[in-house]
Design a protein around this ligand. Structure first.
Ligand code: GUN
Length: 299
């Protein structure tokens, strides 16, 4: 049986450090880290993620600002809000929850966030720093940063000699994840929907990372015996066993069968998810420290 990686405990250790760093900033510089989270429309899953982010920001001692905009918000209105938050010195981090409603174009909105406030790490400046191996001076996308903390806790900081396969090539996760694994000296394959013999490619992986958005896609016979499996999927599926109209959250990995083969595996929920929120808090406190020229805490 695989070791079940406990994301909640690792996340709590990060958020404890963040809360302490926020308290120091308050005490010594009289300032409070400010995180503005913007959500547009009525997607229930997005609302529950955003509420969790705002709640954790408060727990960390931040000034937590949530902007819930109606579905019919225009591109111009959304960009004006980002411009206002960019100009507000009390705001150190800005996150625009994705996906946006279909009539909105997310890319210009994301790129208009100032790089130093881009706690999602999606601005081309931050993404470019990760791509060029500068992991220190920008802000790294939260979910891959969190997955790397879990891998570092398990394997140490140097993944030399290990084969890593990332399934999924999004800007939000797959691309930065592959780059972070590469920076840690893993031999990295980026697999995706057009990859030939995906199962065979995955079976080569000492570290297998799945981020595709397909419930239970990764099966036991895709997993090399003893491999570490990181499940980034958050899929809402119907759960009639919990009652009519109820849902439950599952990952991209067929967890029950893969635990028989893997050496270690992240559960969903309770694996990478809590780490994403913890790293968002870490990025926000880092942005606040940088804004006053203080040396940043390490996570
Ligand atoms: N939607 C799902 N995950 C994320 C995330 O990490 N950041 C943003 N902005 N939107 C998301």
């Amino acid at each position: 049986m695989a070791h079940i990686i406990d994301g909640k405990t690792s996340a709590a250790s990060v958020t404890d450090t963040v809360a302490e760093a926020a308290a120091v900033l308050q005490r010594e510089a009289g300032m409070q880290p400010g995180l503005a989270v913007v959500i547009v429309g009525n997607n229930p899953a997005s609302h529950s993620y955003v509420n969790a982010k705002s709640r954790m920001a408060k727990q960390c001692g931040f000034n937590s600002m949530q902007y819930s905009l109606p579905e019919e918000t225009t591109q111009d209105e959304l960009e004006q809000l980002v411009a206002k938050l960019n100009a507000d010195p009390a705001v150190h981090g800005i996150l625009v929850q994705l996906p946006l409603p279909k009539h909105l174009n997310s890319e210009p909105v994301i790129q208009s966030i100032l790089p130093q406030k881009d706690v999602d790490g999606l601005n081309v400046v931050n993404a470019g720093k990760v791509a060029s191996g500068d992991l220190a001076s920008g802000l790294v996308s939260c979910t891959p940063a969190g997955a790397m903390v879990l891998l570092r806790n398990l394997h140490g900081p140097d993944l030399s000699g290990l084969n890593a396969v990332v399934i999924g090539r999004s800007n939000l996760f797959g691309k930065p994840m592959a780059l972070l694994l590469l920076a840690a000296n893993a031999t990295v394959t980026m697999a995706h929907s057009r990859t030939r013999d995906l199962a065979g490619v995955c079976r080569q992986a000492d570290i297998l990372v799945a981020a595709v958005g397909m419930p239970f896609m990764v099966k036991a016979d895709w997993v090399k015996p003893g491999a570490t499996v990181v499940d980034v999927g958050i899929n809402r599926i119907e759960a009639p066993e919990k009652g009519d109209g109820k849902f439950r959250i599952v990952g991209d990995v067929a967890f029950d069968e893969c635990t028989e083969v893997a050496g270690a595996i992240t559960p969903v929920p309770g694996g990478v998810g809590p780490m994403t929120i913890a790293m968002l808090m870490a990025n926000t406190v880092v942005a606040a420290y940088r804004s006053v020229g203080r040396p940043i805490p390490r996570f």
